[in-house]
Structures are given as C-alpha cells and as structure tokens.
Design a protein around this ligand. Structure first.
Ligand code: SAJ
Length: 442
C-alpha cells in the first residue's frame, strides 16, 4: 500500500510524544479524525489515566477521551519502541528556560534520541514545541541524518507550532489555524497530508524556520505590547492620569489599535518564556534583540512597582510593611485558571515576606503553592473578618468569582493591580489602582 493509499484509508499509525496540554488534545483530535493514535508519555501516571479514559487536561472533553479510548483509537505507553511501527510522530514536549534564562532543550533532546533509535523509512516527524528559529534544521536534523537516512527522501521533518490557549472558550486545537513548514517541500507535503485531516485550516509556509519565527512573532508581539502598556501605567501614574481610562478610550479606535492592560508582571509558560528563545538565538549571532530585552526589563520590574504602591498606601495609614498584615487576592498568573507558572503574584508574595510583612493569600483556583526554598503555603478562606483584619489587600489576579465590592467595603486599603475595583462604591479613600493612584493621594 503506498503512503497516500495508507493515508486515504486512515491506515496511518500516528504517535504523539508528550501527553500534556498540547499533546493530549492533539491525540484526541487525531483519534476523532479516525487515526489510530499512540500517546508516548514518560509519566506512567498519565499513561495509566489515558488508558483508563481518565482525563486530566481542562481543554479535553472527558466524554471524548473516554470514547476514543474505548473505541481503541487512542492508547498510551511509556515505551518509545512503538515508533518502529509509526508512520507519523508529533513531538509535544516542554521547552522551558533554564536557571540562566537560556533554552532548556533537554526534553527535545531526549525525544530525538528515542526517535533516532527507532527511525525508519518514511517516518514523518513534526515538532510542535515552541523553540528558537533553526531548532528543526540545526538541532533535530543532525540526530536523524546521523543514521545515514536522508531527509525529504527517507524520512520527513517539519515544524508546526502549537497554538493551544488553555481555557479559551472559542478556539480549540481543531479550529485554530495551524502553521506548518518542512525542511524540504516534500517534508511539508508529507506533514500536511495527515494534519490537514485533523485541523480545520492548515497554513503551509516556505520552511521550518518560517514556522518557528511565526510562533515567536505571535508571542513576542504580546510580551512587548504588555511591556509597553506596563510602562504606560508608570507614566500615567506620574502624570495623575487614569491609565485604564486611557486604554479604554484608545480602544474605541476601530482600526490600527489592540488593547493590552497593565498588570503586576508577566506570568505563564508562553509569553514570558518564548521571546527569550529568540533573544538567545540572536545572541549567538551577536545581535541584541533590544525590544525583547527592554520589554522583559519593564515586565520583570512590575512586582517591585506593586510593592511601591503597597508602601505608599501603608504610609498613608502611617504603617510600615514590616509587621503589616497583607492579603494577596489571587496567586494564578491570570484570571480564572489554576496555573501558577511564572506568576508575578509569587514574586510579590516573596518580596513582602522578605520585608517583614505577615502575608497570606486567597485564590479559589490555587489551594496551595510551593515556596522557592521549602514548604508550602495554603490559600486562606476569604471572609469579611479576615478583610477587616488586614492592613492591606493586594488584588494580584482578578478571578471572576471574588466579590470585589465586599473586599472594598471591609478592607482598609486595597492595591488593585487589575482594575478589578473599577466602578465600585467606597473606593475613593481605600483603593490605589495600578497606573492611577487617584483616591488616597488626590
Ligand atoms: N497580561 C497582561 N496584560 C495583557 C495580557 C496579558 O499583563 O493585556 C499578562 C497576564 O496576566 C499573564 C501574562 O500576561 O500573566 C500572559 O497572559 P496571556 O493572556 O498571554 O495568556 P497565556 O500565557 O495563556 O498565553 C496564551 C498564548 N497561547 C499560545 O502561546 C498558544 C498566547 O499566544 C495567547 O495569545 C494567549 O494565551 C491568549 O490570547 O489568551
């Protein structure tokens, strides 16, 4: 049976390495498209859950996962040797930064070592993990060509960036346009052949580097604009202008503008991380990516800027941070999710503790978080008595389920880094909003 005949009859064996927030949704969508999928996952707990049809990823439907597993379309294993029998394998492993804020390629490297061990004729390999431009050609291809096989002839290699937006109610894996670029045109064609049966819209581009750069542009665009609007908050604060009103007013422009909002800093596993893959790569080519470095500088300075507001607010009440009782509302990196990765609220927590404050937090989505050194901190129940006891309440994440009018009514001082108290009553003497002190100092 030729490759294309196998394709038409869906007799293509598809593998996904890494069953996380990217890999599991991809595996389920491929299974729903009629492909027999093998999930290759190093965590035996995840393997066990998938094989029992037990979901652990918010964006995956429990019923759909159970269905594709029961119908035999999706199985999971820790055994990489299944690659011998696969026609396709997509790599969906983490690409974090290491302690020096340089790319940590260890996850891709281990996947490549395994794929190389079981590489065979006609295997199609697609990398989905966000990485620096050149990874597919310079980092991954040598592993494979060391076997003596030739790319674009004996095997096919492409890059197709994941665009999963956890919790997005509209855009999911299947209906988000999918960029894809191969090492050769033949690679793009082979990689597209299956993907176009899984995703609603494919966007083939000239090369793997083009696809790698497209993804980095998407997230660097966000990081830089958030940095710009964070600096605007500092500027408006000094000018005595309400930055939130400025942004809403500018947002009425129906073209050529996109709203971003200031915040306590930049969290998450994409936006603060991905641009550093580009700046790292350019450093190796002796080029300084000035916009990225500057935006990173502004974004990472925001927790300290929030602390300045806390000091200003406590000062108004003739209090020092040292010995004050401070409640952080929200520990997750953005609202209505339970993800703590790179959350600026954790930085703010640590700085306040270092300055001698008695700090506690309430987050309905994050019941506990791990301190850098050792130990854990648990979320406290949010009560009016607790609010009344606090010298300062900092709104670090604006989860929808918190009643901010109750917070303002019972707290003595509120530092609002998310404009969550906009339009509420009794804010004048109590609330300092990021980018507009208004109130206290007016
Ligand atoms: N943030 C601001 N101001 C803003 C927007 C975000 O301070 O105007 C902060 C958030 O509070 C958070 C961080 O930036 O701490 C990142 O927020 P995000 O809204 O970018 O959310 P993420 O990290 O979940 O980003 C993902 C990305 N998806 C992928 O990489 C596939 C990103 O490309 C999406 O644009 C984003 O979701 C989204 O739009 O929700």
């Amino acid at each position: 049976m030729t490759f294309y005949e196998k394709l038409l009859t869906k007799n293509v064996a598809f593998g996904v390495i890494g069953l996380g927030y990217v890999g599991l949704p991809l595996a389920v969508e491929a299974a729903k498209a009629g492909f027999k999928i093998t999930g290759i996952e190093i965590d035996p707990e995840k393997v066990k859950k998938v094989n029992q049809g037990q979901n652990y990823i918010g964006d995956v439907s429990d019923a759909e996962l159970k269905q594709v597993v029961t119908d035999g379309y999706l199985t999971a294993t820790t055994d990489f040797s299944v690659i011998k029998k696969l026609d396709y394998v997509s790599i969906c492993v983490p690409t974090p930064l290491n302690k020096l804020r340089d790319p940590d390629m260890s996850f891709i490297s281990s996947a490549m070592q395994e794929i190389t061990r079981y590489l065979h004729k006609d295997l199609v390999i697609i990398l989905e993990s966000t990485t620096y431009p050149g990874t597919t050609r310079e980092y991954m291809l040598p592993y494979l060509e060391n076997t003596g096989l030739t790319v674009g002839k004996d095997f096919f290699l492409a890059f197709s960036p994941e665009r999963v937006d956890p919790g997005n109610p509209v855009y999911h894996t299947k209906n988000t346009p999918k960029v894809i670029g191969g090492i050769t045109k033949e690679c793009t064609k082979h990689a597209m052949a299956v993907y176009e049966q899984i995703f609603d819209q494919m966007v083939p581009v000239a090369s793997a580097e083009t696809a790698e750069m497209a993804k980095l542009l998407e997230n660097t665009f966000r990081m830089i604009n958030i940095g710009m609007v964070n600096e605007l908050a500092i500027i408006c604060d000094r000018l005595g202008v309400d930055v939130w009103e400025v942004i809403e007013a500018a947002g009425t422009k129906p073209f050529g503008f996109m709203k971003f909002f200031p915040g306590p800093g930049l969290g998450g596993h994409c936006i603060p991380i991905d641009p550093h893959y580009l700046s790292w790569k350019m450093r190796t080519l002796n080029y300084k990516t000035r916009f990225i470095e500057l935006a990173a500088e502004v974004n990472t300075s925001m927790p300290e800027y929030v602390i300045e507001s806390v000091i200003e607010g406590l000062n108004y009440h003739k209090k020092a941070i040292n010995g004050s009782k401070i409640l952080l509302l929200g520990m997750a990196y953005k609202k209505d999710i339970d993800d703590l990765r790179e959350s600026p609220a954790i930085d703010i927590y640590n700085i306040l503790v270092d300055k001698g404050a008695e700090v506690m937090y309430h987050d309905p989505h994050c019941p506990v978080f791990k301190l850098d050194g050792a130990g854990y901190v648990e979320s406290v129940p949010l009560t009016t008595d607790l609010l009344a006891e606090m010298d300062c309440v900092v709104i670090t994440t604006d989860h929808t389920t918190v009643d901010y009018q109750t917070v303002v009514d019972h707290a003595r001082l509120v530092i609002d880094t998310r404009n969550a108290t906009k339009g509420l009553k009794n804010t004048a003497e109590k609330v300092l909003r990021l980018g507009y002190k208004g109130g206290l100092s007016a």
